[in-house]
Design a protein. Structure first.
Length: 194
């Protein structure tokens, strides 16, 4: 990959259990106010590390683990699917996820937003994928200097991501900067939105 994209040669970093300390799934789950999520879609799933975690957290039936990288898709097929048949790798593009409209209860992106060339387009795509009342959450690096993560210049402020979600048609959008290295932004697809 090039530019702002994650280098698939470093994919083992994505499987580091310490990521769960930086991005605690139970805290995210608590902020979602979502009792049940049968179908999940992770955009930018990488090695499906968080797909596996949230499959268990929500006792979901299916997680569509979407990624642009053919290397990541093949890795998931070889290393994840045999143990987790409810995780379905899906080859996506920068602005299109080949799944049906109104399919998901929850769409999520973790440490992807800063890589997107056209975040607005991907958020519209996430909106399309969600059922009425479905939720989205985005976790990404705080826009501040730290030893880890991408260059600060390509990071987003949570308030800007919040504004992008509202522009894409999401309701009840809120942000949370309670994690040490990351922000969380949550939104909902209203019952009567486009």
């Amino acid at each position: 990959m090039h530019g702002n994209k994650f280098d698939p040669k470093k994919l083992q970093r994505l499987n580091d259990p310490d990521r769960l300390k930086d991005i605690p799934p139970d805290i995210i789950h608590g902020k979602l106010n979502l009792d049940k999520a049968e179908v999940l879609v992770e955009i930018g799933a990488g090695t499906a590390f968080f797909s596996k975690v949230f499959l268990e957290t929500f006792a979901a039936g299916t997680v569509y683990a979407c990624d642009m990288s053919e290397i990541m898709i093949r890795w998931m097929e070889a290393h994840v699917v045999p143990k987790h048949p409810d995780i379905v790798p899906v080859k996506s593009t920068e602005s299109f996820i080949p799944l049906d409209d109104s399919l998901a209860d929850l769409v999520f992106m973790i440490n992807l937003h800063h890589e997107l060339e056209d975040p607005a387009r991907m958020l519209e795509e996430a909106h399309r994928l969600l059922k009425s009342g479905g939720k989205i959450f985005i976790v990404d690096w705080l826009k501040k200097e730290m030893a880890e993560g991408p260059p600060v210049k390509i990071r987003w402020l949570s308030r800007d991501v919040k504004a992008q979600l509202i522009q894409a048609g999401f309701d009840n959008v809120r942000d949370d900067n309670g994690m040490a290295k990351h922000f969380l932004v949550v939104g909902e697809k209203g019952c009567c939105t486009r």
